[in-house]
Design a protein around this ligand. Sequence first.
Ligand SMILES: NC(=O)c1ccc[n+]([C@@H]2O[C@H](COP(=O)([O-])OP(=O)(O)OC[C@H]3O[C@@H](n4cnc5c(N)ncnc54)[C@H](OP(=O)(O)O)[C@@H]3O)[C@@H](O)[C@H]2O)c1
Length: 246
Amino acid sequence: MTERRVALVTGASRGIGAAVADRFAREGWDLTISARGADALDERAEALRAHGGRVLTVPADMSDEEAVATLAARHLDEYGRTDALVLNAGMGAMGAFADFPARRFDKLYQVNVRAPFLLAQSLLASMKSTVTKTIGAKVIAISSITGVYPEPNLIAYGSTKAALISMCETFNLEESVNGVSATSICPGYVDTDMSEWTKGDDAIPADEMISGDDVAEIAYSVTRLSRWAVLPQAILTRPGENMHRA
Ligand SMILES: NC(=O)c1ccc[n+]([C@@H]2O[C@H](COP(=O)([O-])OP(=O)(O)OC[C@H]3O[C@@H](n4cnc5c(N)ncnc54)[C@H](OP(=O)(O)O)[C@@H]3O)[C@@H](O)[C@H]2O)c1
């Protein structure tokens, strides 16, 4: 019997992370899911277990280094393997460069960049040991189109997302030869709580945004590539003249 494949998904209690976790569970994967809110996480886990797999929940704030280390340790204790690490938890913040608060800037870097770095580093050995002659392990980082095409008032958010893209590129240069490769997925507006502020008749209708399932489709597809195929980046835009904007 082949071993069941295992993914760790951060920010999996709602939005894109929930859609990704759901997709992997439906495909027969076991999961570790994380977010800050324990109740929402338990609720998600119950729904995911209906697909027949194991689901470990580990509440953790990505700005808390100890919590990030505990998340990695509990995942390894439970499964001892990592086929996919989906670095999805993230926070946004708007504000002009001229007066953007440095403390807020640091917080975005902790959650959006430092935690993904620490998690990928902690799980690298387990990802390497999961690799076979044909199947690789994948790091999938949910970046943003603003990391590729910067926009005004997104100095902190956009630059954290650009950092994630760069981290995936360097990771590939060093580790893809060992069968572990990284992909940054860079979507425009996705219909989730995070994009709530920009929805509406005068703005962008929610049903004309990219869906969480669209992002989940790309994330899952990456795991279907052989270890010999590396996809550094996938940009997902909305139709029309928004091509290079969120
Ligand atoms: N929505 C968009 O338009 C869009 C576009 C491009 C990229 N993205 C990126 O996609 C990712 C997911 O965003 P989303 O739209 O799905 O957002 P969302 O609906 O707000 O969900 C965010 C998820 O991350 C968790 N989370 C937030 N802050 C956290 C923290 N400090 N520590 C641990 N978990 C945390 C949330 O749970 P708790 O609140 O319980 O912690 C939740 O599960 C983010 O990295 C975002 O930057 C979003």
